[in-house]
Design a protein. Structure first.
Length: 410
């Protein structure tokens, strides 16, 4: 593809100025923001302030003086604005796993006459593990029904209690139609929990517009909250007071500092809080979210699709000799913000890429996965990444013992 065309894409990019808001190491093309987002430059200063000034000087008075106690609601509100949620319907807390357990436990109580929990094989395995763990807690009276992703719509039958659906397949990037599946679920009395880990800020999400009732998600991918950043959960306003939290901790109590001996849930979504929030991590996320204040997510989605098309076209130009097979073969409306290829030696190839400064990741059994994060990726980044990939494939430089040695994290 002509270099002039790629330069023109970068010149015309309305999001190009946002790249300066992130710490991006020299010589690195970062294509793993769908696994861990880059560091916003504003975050280290906020962490230093929280540690040195607030914790260091204000000590415990910071809970009031610096409003630590309201962080879950305030950060949740920022996230809610990015995922099309109603006011006061999102809180920031815990991890995606814990939040899924909370909402799933509550949801099965709302459909007590049904015993099937539905999910699909494209779901992130962690979600399936949480479902399996809850079923054991329930005495194995429930059943996990797994279907192929393309079968999820027809599987929304009247014997299903709850469906747990990750909107975007973590491997292939296949995207479910949230509006259609939510509508069908409601018509059959099914509660759906949407996992937005690969959705939030990857493209516009409209929970209210889709009629969604329950959702969870992490904040360390496209939201750039940092490694292990706290997650979020969403409960639609009409459902909030019907939720009975299985983890009835003091932060979800109606009056935590009355220290009552009996639990009384708070009104609204805040009843889904549990323990004391991690202030340092949540403060980092709070500042990271400010990167999105003036960003049009429609432009993000448009650029994501252009990055995808460029990546796919450049790899296609290399020809079949590379042995790479495009796995993200879906239409624009049916894919998230990533591109995936399959190759029998995918792990070693990815290690060779990383060694040369192109950071993506590998997903078993054979997936090379590249995240497309429009705020800090340029079209030239994609061109250069594919050029390096081409050199690696043509020289077979990936076939070295050091690249075949598996790390603990892939």
């Amino acid at each position: 593809m002509h270099a002039g065309h790629i330069k023109s894409l970068d010149r015309a990019d309305p999001l190009q100025s946002h790249r300066e808001k992130f710490e991006l190491p020299d010589g690195v093309i970062y294509l793993d923001g769908n696994s861990l987002g880059a560091l916003p430059k504003s975050v280290p200063g906020r962490i230093a302030e929280v540690v040195n000034k607030q914790w260091g000087h204000s000590l415990i008075s910071s809970w009031n003086k610096h409003e630590w106690i309201t962080l879950p609601a305030r950060v949740g509100s920022k996230i809610g604005g990015l995922i099309g949620a109603e006011d006061n319907s999102v809180v920031c807390a815990d991890s995606t796993s814990v939040n899924l357990f909370k909402l799933l436990s509550a949801a099965v109580r709302l459909t007590s006459d049904r015993k099937i929990i539905l999910s699909d094989t494209g779901n992130f395995p962690n979600d399936l593990y949480v479902i399996q763990g809850l079923i054991k807690q329930l005495g194995d009276n429930f059943e996990l029904r797994l279907v192929e992703p393309e079968e999820i719509s027809t599987a929304l039958t009247e014997d299903v209690a709850v469906a747990v659906i990750t909107e975007v397949d973590y491997r292939t990037g296949r995207r479910h139609n949230m509006a259609d599946l939510t509508a069908k679920s409601k018509s059959t009395g099914i509660k759906v929990i949407w996992d937005l880990c690969h959705s939030a800020d990857a493209f516009p999400v409209d929970l209210e517009g889709c009629g969604a009732e329950l959702a969870v998600g992490c904040s360390y991918k496209y939201l750039n909250g940092g490694p292990g950043a706290p997650a979020f959960l969403y409960v639609s306003p009409e459902l909030q007071d019907n939720i009975h939290p299985p983890l009835s901790g003091w932060m979800g109590h109606s009056a935590p500092f009355n220290f009552d001996l009996d639990y009384r849930p708070a009104e609204g979504v805040s009843r889904n809080l549990c323990g004391t929030p991690g202030v340092i991590a949540m403060s980092a996320l709070d500042t990271a979210l400010d990167v999105w204040q003036d960003v049009d997510l429609q432009l993000v989605q448009q650029k994501s699709q252009k990055l995808f098309r460029l990546f796919a076209d450049l790899v296609e130009e290399l020809g079949p000799k590379t042995g790479l097979t495009l796995k993200t073969t879906f239409s624009e409306s049916e894919r998230g913000s990533q591109i995936a290829f399959a190759h029998p030696q995918g792990y070693a190839i990815m290690q060779a890429l990383i060694d040369q400064g192109v950071i993506g990741d590998f997903r078993t059994p054979d997936i090379l996965r590249f995240g497309l994060t429009p705020l800090y990726l340029s079209f030239e980044d994609i061109r250069r990444a594919v050029e390096i990939l081409s050199n690696i494939m043509q020289s077979n430089s990936w076939d070295q013992p050091k690249y075949h040695k598996r790390g603990l994290v892939t």
